[in-house]
Write a protein that binds this ligand. Structure first.
Ligand SMILES: *Cc1c(COP(=O)(O)O)cnc(C)c1O
Length: 225
């Protein structure tokens, strides 16, 4: 049951906040609903979940349109193709995973005037993996500066997917580096309040190191195959 899973994960998050000296309620749970039907999302909404992450632009827009609920926040967390920026900027509330200046520019250009600014998290490739998206830590401030003077978008923070590690200490080391980058971004951009890191397999390490948002799919909705 989706509602039972949500209840369990919320309890886990509270326990981990407490165990790692985090303020209760600091960590937002983003429910990753990619490849899951609208019915599953409705069940999660009925169980009190208010923010959802989608990886495929068109699939997500179909669900956003079907659900048509103004109080839900929709996060686009997938790879961003430049020919999808209009669709994404029109339908989503957040875009996590921006890694290039050109994409920022197109999202700003395509954000409709009647909507509030599109919330942006920049993706950092913390392990310099060839297979992963994201800017390098060294490029982060330069990329962030590309949000200056664009009122259609607002920089909210960082998103990252570190290389999979099974050992808690190794997981924490990557998240700690991200937390340092996050603090330097916050020093320059006071509105920055989102450090999106941690998934079903590394949530504890992420919360221990300061995540403010964890992105959980499988543990809520079950496997996706
Ligand atoms: C799929 C996905 C998740 C959720 O992963 P689970 O292992 O199912 O919890 C989180 N973040 C991103 C970017 C994803 O693509």
């Amino acid at each position: 049951m989706i509602s039972d899973n949500l209840e369990q994960i919320r309890a886990d998050i509270h326990r981990l906040e407490d165990a790692h000296q985090r303020t209760a309620g600091d960590v937002t749970l983003l429910a990753v609903s990619k490849k899951k039907p609208v019915e599953d999302i409705r069940q999660a909404i009925d169980a009190g979940q208010t923010c959802f992450g989608e990886n495929y632009a068109d699939e997500g827009v179909e669900k956003i349109t079907a659900i048509a609920n103004e109080s839900i926040d929709w996060h686009y967390i997938g790879h961003i193709q430049s020919n999808k920026t209009r669709l994404i900027a029109t339908h989503y509330d957040w875009v996590q995973g921006v890694e290039r200046a050109k994409i920022l520019q197109r999202l700003a250009q395509h954000r409709p005037d009647h909507l509030p600014p599109l919330n942006i998290c920049l993706q950092v490739n913390i392990d310099a993996e060839d297979s992963k998206s994201g800017c390098s830590p060294e490029q982060l401030m330069e990329l962030a500066a590309q949000t200056d003077g664009k009122p259609e978008i607002i920089l909210r923070g960082i998103m990252a997917i570190p290389a999979p590690q099974t050992d808690l200490a190794a997981q924490r080391a990557a998240f700690a580096q991200l937390a340092t980058l996050y603090r330097s971004l916050q020093a320059r951009y006071p509105q920055v309040d989102t450090l999106s890191m941690g998934m079903s397999g590394d949530m504890e390490a992420a919360i221990a190191e300061g995540a403010t948002m964890v992105r959980i799919g499988t543990a809520i909705f079950g496997s996706r195959d």
